[in-house]
Design a protein around this ligand. Sequence first.
Ligand code: SAM
Length: 245
Amino acid sequence: TSYGFRSVDTEDKQPLVNEVFHSVAKKYDVMNDLMSGGLHRAWKNAMVAALNPPKYGDFKVLDVAGGTGDIAFRIVEASQNNAHATVLDINGSMLSVGRERAIKRKLDPHVDFVEANAEELPFEDRSFDAYTIAFGIRNVPRIDVAIREAYRVLKPGGRFLCLEFSEVDLPLLDKIYDAWSFNAIPQLGKMITGDAESYSYLVESIRKFPNQETFKGVIESCGFDRVSIRNYTGGIAALHSGWKL
Ligand code: SAM
């Protein structure tokens, strides 16, 4: 690719990604809490607060790589059940867990689930008011293709929000974070899911992902305007926001 970051990820990585999430689907939610010390909840809440979905009027959001529904559920709840969310994911195992959770929370009338690829969205142009993707874009082989698709399916005036692990910019935190992610996370993964390799992949994929500024450039190159960055927890995660104007 031409972004100037190491291009280890190829178009062949999708089968590996699918295996990883198939293998972790049932334990995915508990692992998220363990690996992030619960922080992913705060980051996701901050993302939804940034979106601030309206409590009346038509509002359709597409949550790509939506997995077990965390972002979609939060959006619907924040809108007091006004918004309609479509959870799209390439992995049927993740979506099955999501469907069960939606029913348990009585949110199923407001959420639907679609099995598809972020690089090829099965929707017409200008269908959604917002597009969200949380901890998903780094798993997609061709991120520029996915972001162009986001642009295509958004209505003019639509919002793009991407939450992703990013580059830590605090000198001490980066050391702690390295130790945590290269040692603790694969071991936790092994203990809980019996699968250390999947979690090594996850840690690797975080390191290979472009940093805040580089990723901002990618989003702009796909057509989005007024792209901004918000760091969370010293840059462990970052929220990129853009508009289709
Ligand atoms: N957004 C959820 C969250 O924040 O809890 C799930 C994030 S999970 C780390 C990443 C998700 O990306 C997985 O459910 C995986 O199946 C999905 N995924 C990977 N490649 C994809 C693709 N090409 N298109 C759509 N989803 C994809």
